[in-house]
Design a protein around this ligand. Structure first.
Ligand code: FMN
Length: 300
């Protein structure tokens, strides 16, 4: 039997059983994860660029559409995507009626208009208040607050400060991102005022995830001290597993983004609580049961 549902206004609006998101991860999120998350009652997300071409993305969208009618999300990294490719990906999101568009690295205004014309919801990813205010003015439906310690391009502000601060300064709902790997951390995020918990690192070890076996094993074995926050890999500060970084940066021009993120593995401080690989359905069940236990065990 599935663990008892719980919800927030935003998760109800999206039709989710639980207010949880498997966050988009470059290269390693895939269409199998989107389907498994949808069936497990949470929102799965994948970067559009995980399709090697627009045609490849279209095949992935067809795969998802053929297997579930529940919501899922596609992430478009505006400033990091070739404009022609971005245009093609937006058209595919329109054609396949992608329910949630997650925008990052750029001005979401144009995409918000197009998403809303199709009845889609837009989340925008930020690490600071200024970008959050701009995105709110552009009309996004929720702000993803990416805190210090997150996997991928992480912020510098503790989630304890970032979530309540953005909530107080904004009117749109907040999605908490960074270091959420257990139900206890989900409960803490909701207590701080978030309406969804956005979990990336936790899902690297999902059996459905495309990360190589050695990457998953490293995540299971690592602690927060094995994570390095550096801009030396891609020019933007991000968190990486120390053991996957070259001992010293190689000479010459940096390799293209896909090559870098393939060979150097990103993960956040949330590795602390991840010890074994499991199917998405099992991870969701464990996190939800931990959430209920944590809430019940709070001192009164
Ligand atoms: C391997 C990896 C790749 C990521 N790629 C992207 C990406 O392409 N686009 C994006 O918006 N966020 C990306 N992120 C960030 C996640 O979507 C999310 O914000 C983050 O994982 C949340 O923190 P957590 O890992 O501590 O749960 C990536 C994270 C990881 C770990």
């Amino acid at each position: 039997m599935p663990a008892p549902s719980f919800s927030t206004p935003l998760s109800r609006r999206l039709g989710l059983r639980y207010p949880l998101v498997a966050a988009p991860m470059f290269i390693i999120s895939n269409e199998q994860m989107l389907v498994a998350c949808a069936e497990a009652g949470i929102l799965g997300a994948m970067p559009s660029l995980n399709g090697r071409s627009a045609q490849d993305l279209e095949q992935k969208l067809q795969y998802v559409r053929a297997r579930t009618d529940k919501p899922f999300a596609i992430n478009m990294t505006i400033g990091l995507t070739d404009p022609e490719r971005l245009q093609a990906d937006v058209e595919l999101c329109e054609r396949y009626e992608v329910p949630v568009w997650i925008t990052s690295y750029g001005d979401p205004t144009a995409l918000v208009e197009r998403a809303h014309a199709r009845g889609a919801t837009v989340f925008h990813d930020v690490i600071n208040l200024r970008h959050a205010q701009k995105a709110q003015s552009a009309g996004v439906d929720a702000i993803i607050a990416v805190a210090a310690g997150a996997g991928g391009h992480a912020g510098r502000i503790s989630p304890f400060a970032l979530i309540p601060w953005l909530k107080a300064e904004l009117t749109v709902p907040i999605v908490a991102a960074g270091c959420i790997s257990t139900g206890r951390q989900v409960a803490a995020s909701l207590a701080l005022g978030a309406e969804l918990a956005y979990m990336g690192t936790r899902f690297i070890v999902a059996q459905e995830c495309g990360a190589p076996p050695a990457y998953k094993e490293l995540v299971c074995a690592a602690g927060p001290e094995d994570i390095v926050y550096t801009d030396q890999v891609s020019g933007v500060h991000a968190n990486f597993l120390k053991a996957s970084l070259p001992a010293s940066r190689p000479e010459g021009p940096p390799p293209e983004a896909a090559k870098k993120w393939k060979d150097i593995w990103s993960a956040g401080h949330g590795v602390a609580e991840i010890h074994e690989q499991a199917r998405i359905e099992q991870i969701v069940d464990e996190v939800v049961r931990q959430y209920h236990d944590a809430v019940a065990a709070l001192p009164r």
